[in-house]
Design a protein around this ligand. Structure first.
Ligand code: AVJ
Ligand code: FE
Length: 440
């Protein structure tokens, strides 16, 4: 498939999902604010169309666009999420009509341009179309998080992932990633965003990484051992936050006698022991790791584990190789409304044997969100550059609600260390003992 055809398919897939996430709720629910952390869904609904209007119709197509007059309402930097309900936003019907009109013109533009022959860096390889498909999918994921925060009867439905494969219980607890240089980031992935570029070499000491994400069962051991009451395990900032926010368990968990229940998209269930833990903030992940005698992996370690093949010395696009994600590689694309049990997806494992690096849950790393050497903002500073710095931590790997177009071995996500409404979990690492004979 050509990149132009892939862009068309990715845009159409994103739009089906956007509509599925919003057509299931009435106008009152779409305009309500379900959490001060989130926009009303009707804001996301028109924002995706407005970004497409700006980037495809105006910047790439050099036309007048459809509604430049409403840009200010949908500029994420102008109004905080908490302030958005009070804005004179488009109604749900107006937002749907706007999105459809923009899309029709955008697909006409895609038909018109030769994305193989152009000199325009926005159009070449259909980059800007891929960027807008990723943008819409990222907002779909945000809307899915709003659905999770919303109280009220369930409106979403999806099959439960299959049980873990037979070998899951016998997997080694950790894998060894050997010392040495690897290529981090990319200069060749056509729709990689600016913060994933350029490819550059990073040399790392050997380390061990958990084979699978930390499960609810493991996390419950931390809780049962008094992990939330013991400042030894927490960083100073983390402890201060734990006290101030009153953290006692992952978001959406509630104790019921001796068991833990969790709310999940409008239903309540017992916490499933073999699922990766979800909805923990960076401080909780960091405290668990210290309690376990371990640490979070750095972002570079995570990417090396996910991409480096010791047999070839090369970095792959994904843990399983260079092929686009298929359903037996990873839990992506909101096929399920939950992560799969730990040990799932043997076909998606990395060369060193780690599973579920892609999909299921976003994985917190110990790293701040910083530019790679040689970073250049493209096509706009407000995607990545304005967020670089110590206040954001990097997450890797994508979650069950991430579409394959917005997920790859190089993809970088970031958030504040206190955030836990996103679909975040983690795995832990430790340094490997240096060889007593020195370098092998
Ligand atoms: C990359 C997920 C942090 O949602 O704030 C959406 C993606 N940027 N619109 C976000 C994004 C502009 C961004 N994250
Ligand atoms: Fe956005």
């Amino acid at each position: 498939m050509s990149l132009a055809d892939e862009a068309r398919a990715a845009l159409e897939r994103a739009r089906r999902r956007t509509l599925a996430l919003t057509d299931c709720l009435d106008d009152a629910e779409l305009t309500a604010q379900h959490s001060p952390l989130m926009s009303p869904l009707v804001w996301d609904l028109a924002h995706v169309g407005n970004q497409e209007d700006l980037w495809l119709l105006r910047n790439a197509g050099r036309g007048p666009g459809i509604r430049p007059d409403i840009d200010h309402l949908y500029d994420a930097f102008r109004h905080s999420r908490a302030d958005r309900p009070a804005l004179p936003l488009l109604s749900p019907a107006e937002a749907r009509a706007y999105d459809a009109a923009v899309r029709e013109a955008a697909l006409a533009l895609l038909d018109e341009v030769d994305t193989d022959e152009t000199d325009d860096p926005l159009l070449a390889d259909a980059f800007v179309f891929g960027m807008i498909a990723q943008h819409e999918q990222q907002h779909d994921e945000t809307m899915l998080a709003t659905h999770q925060l919303r109280t009220g009867a369930a409106v979403l439905d999806a099959p439960v992932p299959p049980p873990a494969p037979a070998d899951a219980a016998a997997l080694p607890a950790e894998v060894l990633v050997p010392a040495g240089p690897f290529v981090m980031g990319t200069s060749s992935e056509p729709w990689a965003l600016d913060n994933e570029r350029p490819a550059h070499q990073v040399d790392l000491p050997a380390f061990h990484l958990d084979t699978v994400p930390v499960s609810n069962a493991r996390y419950q051991e931390f809780i049962a051992d008094g992990g939330y009451a013991d400042p030894r395990w927490w960083s100073p900032d983390g402890w201060a936050h734990r006290e101030q926010a009153g953290l006692e368990a992952p978001l959406f968990w509630r104790r019921d006698g001796s068991r833990w229940l969790r709310r999940r998209f409008g239903a309540v269930e017992e916490v499933p022991p073999d699922e990766p833990v979800l909805h923990v903030c960076w401080y909780e992940a960091d405290a668990y790791a210290r309690w376990a005698g371990r640490r979070l992996p750095t972002e570079a370690e995570w990417e090396k584990a996910a991409r480096f093949d010791p047999a070839t010395g090369a970095s792959q696009r994904y843990p399983w190789g260079d092929a686009d994600p298929a359903p037996d590689h990873a839990n992506l694309g909101q096929r399920h409304l939950r992560p799969a049990p730990v040990g799932s997806y043997p076909k998606g494992q990395s060369p060193t044997g780690a599973r579920q690096l892609i999909g299921d849950v976003w994985e917190w790393t110990s790293s701040d969100f910083l530019p790679y050497p040689g970073f250049q903002a493209f096509p706009y500073k407000e995607y990545s550059e304005v967020f670089f710095g110590p206040e954001y931590k990097v997450l890797r790997g994508g979650a069950f609600g991430v579409d394959p177009v917005a997920c790859r071995g190089t993809f970088r996500n970031w958030d504040y260390p206190v955030r836990r409404q996103i679909f975040c979990g983690f795995r832990t690492a430790r340094d490997a003992e240096p060889s007593r004979r020195g370098a092998a």
